[in-house]
Design a protein around this ligand. Structure first.
Ligand SMILES: [Zn+2]
Length: 183
C-alpha cells in the first residue's frame, strides 16, 4: 500500500513539472508583459491616465525621467540608434506599437530616428517652445509619455524625422515568416 501511494505522489509531482514546462513553452519570451508594470500591454488600446506617483512606482528611474519628466537621454547612447534589426518598436511604458523597423533610418542626430509611426493612434503631437526653440513634441498615443520630437527634415516619403529617446522604446524582433512577408 505504501509503495503504491508513493508511486501516486511521484506521478503527481511529474505531472506538475510537466504542466509548468508547457506553460513556459507557450510564452517563451513573455515580452508582452512586465511583472512590475501592470498597465503594460501590446494588445490593449485603452488610454491610460495614471497619477504621477503611480508612474513613479511602476517605471524604472531611467524610463520615468524621460517619459514622465520629459527628459532626454545622452546622444549616441541608445543601442537602438544604429540597430538594423527587423521588427517592431513599442512604447516601453505601456506597450503601444509605435514604429516599424522599415521606417527607421540613420539620421546621425544621435537618437533612434524614424520617418513614420505605425498608425495615427501611435503618437500625439504637442507644440514645445522650451529652450528657446519652436519644436513639436511627440508623446505616446496611449499613455501620453514623452518620446521625443518630430522635425521636418526627414527622408521621403514623409519628409519627417521622429527623433526618439531609445530608453522609452521596447523592441521585438520579427519572426522569420514576417520578415519574408515584409520583403
Ligand atoms: Zn505609451
Amino acid at each position: 500500500m505504501r509503495a503504491y501511494s508513493s508511486y501516486f505522489f511521484l506521478c503527481l509531482f511529474c505531472l506538475s513539472c510537466y504542466s509548468q514546462n508547457i506553460k513556459k513553452q507557450e510564452n517563451p519570451m513573455s515580452t508582452n508583459e512586465k511583472p512590475t508594470n501592470p498597465v503594460y500591454s501590446r494588445n490593449d488600446t485603452g488610454k491610460l491616465a495614471l497619477p504621477d506617483a503611480e508612474w513613479k512606482k511602476i517605471l524604472s528611474p531611467e524610463v520615468y525621467y524621460i517619459a514622465r519628466q520629459k527628459g532626454t537621454e545622452r546622444p549616441y547612447t541608445s543601442p537602438f540608434e544604429k540597430s538594423k534589426e527587423i521588427g517592431t518598436y513599442y512604447c516601453a511604458v505601456c506597450g503601444n506599437p509605435l514604429f516599424k523597423s522599415d521606417t527607421k533610418f540613420e539620421s546621425g542626430c544621435g537618437w533612434p530616428s524614424f520617418y513614420e509611426p505605425i498608425s495615427k493612434g501611435s503618437i500625439i503631437y504637442l507644440p514645445d517652445n522650451t529652450l528657446g526653440m519652436s519644436r513639436t513634441e511627440v508623446e505616446c498615443g496611449r499613455c501620453k509619455s514623452h518620446l521625443g520630437h518630430v522635425f521636418e527634415d526627414g527622408p521621403k516619403p514623409t519628409g519627417l524625422r521622429y527623433c526618439i529617446n531609445g530608453v522609452v522604446l521596447d523592441f521585438e524582433k520579427a519572426k522569420e515568416a514576417e520578415k519574408k512577408y515584409d520583403a
